[in-house]
Design a protein around this ligand. Sequence first.
Ligand code: GLU
Length: 426
Amino acid sequence: MVRVRFAPSPTGYLHIGSARTALFNWVYARRHGGKFLLRIEDTDIARSESRFLDEIMTDLKWLGINWDEEPINQSKRFDVYRAAAENLVKSGKAYREGEAYIFRMPAGRVIEIDDMIHGKVSFNTDDIKDQVMIKSDGSPAYNFCCVVDDAYLKITHIIRGDDHLSNTPKQVLFYEALGLKTPEFGHMPLIMGSDGAKLSKRHGGVSVEEYKAEGYLPAALVNYLLLLGWSPGGDREILGLDEAVKIFDIKNMTGVQAKFDLQKLKWMNGEYLAKEKAENLLPLIKRQMADAAKSANCPDDALLRLIDLYRVRIKTLREFVPATDHFFGDGYSVDEAGVEKHLKPPESKKILLDFADLLDKVDDFSHARLEEACRLMAETKKIKAGRIIHPTRVAISGKTTGAGLFEMMEILGKSKVIERMRRAGA
Ligand code: GLU
């Protein structure tokens, strides 16, 4: 039976590249009816923190990744590693140096790995020095405890980042020395920034938690990560975990580095936002409003209408608050270039005031009725409707873009709309 694992070190938040590693392991397990395990690599006691572990687990669940079996912590297994190292000393494959246990690298051996993604890769042990298994402070070295635990957990396939490829020959030698069966390996190319450099904050964020806070939907982030290094075939781009589980084949993963394209992720998030039910977005939008310290004393039904109007226009949930600030009081942001262009010309001011007077007589302040009033005025004055629409939009929202003008006016209500138009036209 397929058994894979994700082995995070709780020394920081869940990196977007690690999230992708976890995702592909999970998809691989589910695809093959196997198990996906979690192992906590907390051997660095000083740097490991429970708040990081909590956040990693929360983020994995948020992405839709669940694990089988109780996770194990390496920090609780130091005795096991020491006993294994002790055996290698007894059999002459390792030696002690003070408190440390060191593995003697055999000379002149070629270690060949048939990688599931890269194919055959070989290493010569002459290029590898003796390996520390247990450090002098008693903590195990990554390569050694990784092997002891992968064997203990009966892991059949190890899917991880390319940054571990050079560790693999060392691990293969440990399997051999300990008399254990070597699993299959698959090393995924790392995710690079759009400029080809190592992914860093300037490329848009490196942790899942940052993307969550920014207002990306988990399904969109998952979908985007699935396409980094794997293709479902054809032009297909929108797919979820369930579909990936049905069609995933590790052979279709590329060995070429994947570039993180924030614009594409934004586009994808926009697609998911547009499809999502407004009720499901409501709590997330409320969170954004609370984070932005915007009063959320807007009734749910009014907020739902705004969400319906704006979710097709925003790419992340965080964009909602600045895009809709004019619905929440008069302290909204104003696009000065828009004011200059659409509100400064005296003829625009005149049109604005005339339209305000006309609207004053409209009782049914519905978007359909407002649109009709605008069209009639344009016809009467023999001007293009845009000459009315643009100044009105800037007057009531401070912006040159946004939702449909008449829908916005309907939601803002008659008195607010007329007040803002008269102020701008004065
Ligand atoms: N803790 C290691 C890492 O996060 C795990 C590597 C592995 O999967 O073997 O890179």
